[in-house]
Design a protein around this ligand. Structure first.
Ligand SMILES: C=C(O[C@@H]1C=C(C(=O)O)C=C[C@H]1O)C(=O)O
Length: 166
């Protein structure tokens, strides 16, 4: 179940981007289909960070917990299709309590796309999605419920994505 809310100062996204912003399931899978080759992932950051108030709210944190410091594992990447310049930049936030048991492997992905793990057994996952326009491009922020663990993935479609043959 996805509820999409468009919030932007410059009206609606370009028509050709809307199916990508709304796509259910793994973005990796449809980017690879478009590229005709495996997605290349370049990591720019991976490690523990203290969450901002905004990030805590996006993760659904409420009440007193909002005022407490909250650590999460954060991964920031650029995703490459069949171009020399990146199509998407992404940030994934895993609150520590979402990194128990099996999901600890999400901290050791290296250049494997998260999508390979998240959508390994299920084509789609329950989620709530927010779409907005940022200075880097149109962005979708998805809060996933992954077997009871909450994680937040933001994906921004960079200008190169729009100029590639859609
Ligand atoms: C979350 C997915 O994985 C993709 C891969 C990412 C990564 O490896 O860090 C981040 C965001 C996604 O675009 C997906 O396939 O939907």
């Amino acid at each position: 179940m996805t509820s999409n809310s468009f919030s932007s100062t410059s009206g609606l996204p370009p028509t050709e981007l809307i199916p990508w912003l709304n796509a259910e399931g793994s973005l990796t899978a449809i980017l690879e289909e478009k590229a005709g080759q495996p997605l290349r992932v370049k990591r720019s950051f991976e490690g523990y960070r203290s969450l901002t108030l905004g990030q805590k709210k996006q993760l659904g944190v409420r009440g007193m917990m909002l005022n407490r410091p909250m650590l999460a594992w954060v991964r920031e990447v650029q995703l490459y299709g069949n171009d020399e310049i990146p199509w998407v930049q992404a940030q994934s936030i895993f609150p520590l309590n979402s990194l128990k048991g099996q999901s600890r492997r999400l901290q050791h992905l290296k250049n494997t796309p998260i999508g390979y793990v998240l959508f390994k057994r299920r084509r789609t996952l329950p989620n709530e999605r927010f779409i907005s326009h940022t200075s880097d491009g149109w962005q979708r922020q998805t809060r996933y419920d992954w077997y009871g663990r909450t994680l937040m993935i933001s994906e921004t479609f960079l200008p190169a994505f729009l100029t590639s043959d859609l």
